[in-house]
Write a protein that binds this ligand. Structure first.
Ligand code: CA2
Length: 149
């Protein structure tokens, strides 16, 4: 039997705090609970996932570089790096695999500095403002991306 395609799901700085602080913005669901929801959804979609979080930009760049050989796609919530990191943008572009950007909050309804996303310039699609459901929607979209996109 052919191996399942593995989707790399990346989470950036401070997302490890989810569910413990600022529930009015980010809700009460923890990152562990989001990982569990993703694992269940992936199973149903015939995908595997590699779910990670880091507070370090360079570590995220290294994981994105490795994805080229290991993963069928990347789902990324780069946290605050979204709005600042050309290094992550360059790594995503170089990966040459499908990229879907996710944000829990609607970044366009928040402060102006969150309205710019470098990640979006490398993304095939963007989901924001739908909370944890955005991760599952991104997995569904990943499973249905046309081969010749
Ligand atoms: O809405 C999102 O998913 C964000 O990527 C979250 C980032 C923020 O910088 C982006 O503009 C939008 C911040 C994640 C911080 O998460 C926390 C969770 C709980 C308590 C404090 C921070």
């Amino acid at each position: 039997m052919a191996a399942k395609p593995i989707i790399l799901i990346l989470n950036g700085p401070n997302l490890n705090l989810l569910g413990t602080r600022e529930p009015e913005i980010y809700g009460t669901t923890t990152l562990d609970a989001i990982q569990e929801e993703c694992e269940e959804a992936a199973e149903e979609l015939g995908l595997g996932i590699d779910f990670r979080q880091t507070n370090h930009e360079g570590e995220m760049v290294e994981w994105i570089q490795q994805a080229h050989d290991r993963n069928a796609g990347i789902i990324i919530n780069a946290g605050a790096h979204t709005h600042t990191s050309i290094a992550i943008l360059d790594a995503l572009k170089a990966s040459r695999i499908p990229v879907i950007e996710v944000h829990l909050s609607n970044i366009f309804r928040r402060e102006e500095f969150r309205h710019t996303s470098y990640v979006s310039q490398a993304a095939d699609g963007v989901i924001c403002g739908l909370g944890p459901a955005g991760y599952v929607l991104a997995l569904e979209a990943m499973a249905n991306l046309p081969e010749d996109r």
